[in-house]
Design a protein. Structure first.
Length: 68
């Protein structure tokens, strides 16, 4: 499996994002996003269903839905 999106700036991986279908729950991709971030050694990861974005800081463990 591969991550849906990896944000890279000047050859430095900044974040990974997992995208799910519009009708899936916002948190459906959280476990998958965390898995990819762990494998790629990336601190920030996101899951989205196109209606909202759930962010996780892998270093602190903090996570939650981002406000619009």
């Amino acid at each position: 499996m591969t991550a849906d999106y990896v944000l890279v700036y000047r050859n430095h991986k900044l974040a990974v994002a997992e995208a799910k279908a519009w009708d899936e729950p916002l948190t459906e991709g959280v476990a998958q996003a965390k898995n990819y971030a762990g494998k790629l050694a990336i601190r920030f990861t996101y899951a989205s269903n196109g209606q909202g974005i759930y962010a996780i800081d892998m270093q602190t463990g903090a996570g939650g839905e981002l406000s619009r």
